[in-house]
Design a binder for this molecule. Structure first.
Ligand code: PLP
Length: 386
């Protein structure tokens, strides 16, 4: 049957934009570019979730999430991010940062409206805007500035259709951490042009070499024009549990609520209890994870230096943005050849926009000894081409 007459124009434009997920495992393949962390949350989070199940806590929660979790999120934002929010009116617990982003964009975009973001960017943003008939305007960044956006470039991209600026720091896929000076510049542009800022902070705990994560909403005057998005996926190693949140001024949260309700009604209740346990207990267990990820990061750097392949300085998140231009291949060609010949999986830098051409996204998320084997295979593979 031909279904095309049933499809919306949006469905037609988005058709095929995701490719198809393959579930057949290929023997010997090592994924060295995965966005899924390889650790699990501590046992107490599982206990909290089991307890919620045992107690039969499986009905809808408040649309904005259980009050205890909202309070724990507000406490966390205050102590770690220097953002003060009211847990009752300024937080929505969501099914991950992804749902949060959609609820925010649904609230802000009319068809044809624009959101600006530095690129290379998290690939989903393009689709999210397009689903709503909006447009993501990419502002190119380059390896020369370690993919740090120039505030004047961001400002030059503003048009009368611009509704917001999306900022992701630490960044996927480049691993760039925006310094406070740049964030202050972005805050200044947003204020002068009267724009909102969507601050995606899901990699906030992954910062290396003394780089520091600063939350945009904590900068002077920014609380009222920043929508902070965060998630338990990457910070707590639970991507499939689908738990995240939005923190924003009460008037905005109220307008987002119908969209959140239309998609989810509420976030998964059992997961919310897991999240509550995670925010209520000390986070000292994460120190070991961060040290291990830093060890892998240094492994990447050492290997790349040894074969003299350039890369963008991996300052944060858990990615290494490798410059494969010396091989003479495009990002897509490199990824295909690495899979075919070295049995290694990477993401092409172009997945998040054309500014990533000539780069691939490596990651720190593969456990030893596969990780070391992956690095070795990579070096051997690349040496044949440069
Ligand atoms: C920058 C960024 N934002 C949001 C998401 C989505 O995260 P979640 O699992 O919380 O929906 C991802 C996932 O990779 C990401 O990299």
């Amino acid at each position: 049957m031909d279904y095309s007459k049933f499809l919306s124009e949006r469905a037609k434009t988005l058709h095929g934009s995701l490719g198809r997920q393959t579930s057949v495992p290929i023997p010997g393949l090592i994924n060295m570019g995965s966005g899924t962390p390889d650790f699990l949350p501590p046992a107490f989070a599982f206990e909290a979730m089991r307890k919620a199940l045992d107690e039969g806590r499986i009905q809808y929660t408040a649309w904005t999430g259980i009050p205890e979790l909202r309070r724990a999120i507000a406490d966390k934002l205050k102590s770690e991010n220097r953002i003060e929010v009211d847990p009752d009116s300024e937080i929505i617990v969501t099914s991950g940062a992804q749902e949060a982003l959609m609820a925010v964009l649904m609230t802000l975009l009319n068809a044809g409206d624009e959101v600006i973001t530095p690129t290379p960017n998290y690939d989903e943003y393009v689709r999210d805007a397009r689903v709503l008939g909006g447009v993501l305007i990419p502002v190119s960044t380059t390896a020369e500035s370690n993919f740090t956006v120039k505030v004047e470039d961001l400002e030059a991209a503003i048009t009368p259709r611009t509704r917001a600026i999306i900022v992701v720091t630490p960044n996927n896929p480049t691993g760039t951490v925006l310094p406070e000076s740049v964030l202050r510049g972005i805050a200044d542009v947003a204020t002068r042009h009267d724009l909102l800022v969507i601050s995606d902070e899901i990699y906030e705990y992954y910062v290396f070499d003394g780089h520091r994560h600063v939350s945009l909403a904590s900068l002077p005057g920014m609380r009222e024009r920043t929508i902070t998005i965060n998630s338990f996926s990457k910070s707590f190693g639970m991507t499939g549990m689908r738990l995240g949140y939005i923190a924003a001024p009460a008037a905005l949260v109220e307008t987002m609520l119908p969209f959140h309700h239309a998609m989810m009604i509420c976030a998964n209740v059992v997961t919310q209890y897991g999240g509550l346990a995670l925010l209520s207990q000390p986070r000292d267990w994460f120190g070991d994870i961060l040290r291990e990820y830093d060890r892998r990061r240094r492994g990447w750097i050492e290997m790349l230096d040894s074969i003299r392949l350039p890369y963008s300085e991996p300052q944060g998140a858990y990615y290494v943005f490798v410059d494969i231009r010396p091989t003479g291949l495009t990002s897509a060609q490199f990824v295909a050849k690495a899979r075919e010949e070295a049995k290694l999986v990477f993401q092409p830098g172009t997945i998040g926009g054309g500014a990533g051409e000539g780069f691939i996204r490596g990651a720190l998320t593969t456990a030893s000894p596969k990780f070391e084997e992956g690095l070795e295979r990579f070096a051997t593979f690349v040496k044949t081409m440069i």
